[in-house]
Design a protein around this ligand. Structure first.
Ligand SMILES: [Fe+2]
Ligand SMILES: [Fe+2]
Length: 196
């Protein structure tokens, strides 16, 4: 979106484009610890490493093709599609999905670490910091920032959002995410079978 200005491409309302960019940056602030002290990537590292026991999970050899396909699709839509509306609709889809996901998984992860791993309450709190920091208003507000970015961008460029097939983007997001989660469930089932 800044490239539109940088390249001197025609923008209907530059003020509205600036408001769109301002809304989008409110999502980035939190992930990059502009408004909080800890990088979200560091919180994720701690969660995964505490659960796995070391940080070998970072190795690309564990990168499942379904996870790569999901990330490639999302990066293409968000960063490389020539139409910024596709990026904004993909961000909107992502923020509302992750809002639901973190709320859903937090109690499950708490129970999992307590019952299967014997983690204390204090270590559960620390280990699951990445999930809990995204619950409550955080991801919900990201969704509303994404929504206002989209609305401001539509004003700036005079585009009709209703002409876009949002259901296709949501459908592809869910299909590709489901393929990743199915693989994790399958692994789990295989491991359980091997144990018994
Ligand atoms: Fe985050
Ligand atoms: Fe978010």
């Amino acid at each position: 979106m800044t490239l539109l200005l940088h390249r001197g491409q025609p923008v209907g309302d530059e003020g509205a484009l600036l408001r769109a960019l301002t809304s989008l940056d409110r999502i980035i602030d939190e992930d990059l610890a502009v408004t909080h002290r800890v990088l979200h990537a560091d919180m994720f590292y701690r969660m995964a490493t505490d659960i796995v026991g070391d940080d070998r999970w970072l190795s690309r050899r564990y990168l499942h093709p379904a996870a790569k396909a999901f990330k490639d699709w999302k990066d293409h839509n968000s960063l490389r599609d020539r139409d910024p509306v596709i990026a904004l609709l993909t961000t909107l889809t992502h923020e509302i999905y992750t809002h639901g996901e973190v709320e859903f998984i937090l109690p499950l992860f708490r129970r999992w670490l307590a019952e299967d791993y014997g983690f204390s309450d204090a270590s559960i709190r620390q280990t699951l910091g990445w999930i809990s920091v995204h619950t409550g208003p955080t991801e919900k507000n990201h969704f509303f920032h994404a929504l206002s970015a989209l609305e401001h961008f539509a004003d700036a460029m005079d585009v009709a959002i209703a002409d876009y097939a949002l259901d296709e983007i949501v459908g592809q997001y869910l299909e590709k995410k489901a393929a990743v989660l199915e693989h994790i469930c399958l692994q789990d089932a295989v491991e359980v079978e091997a144990v018994h």
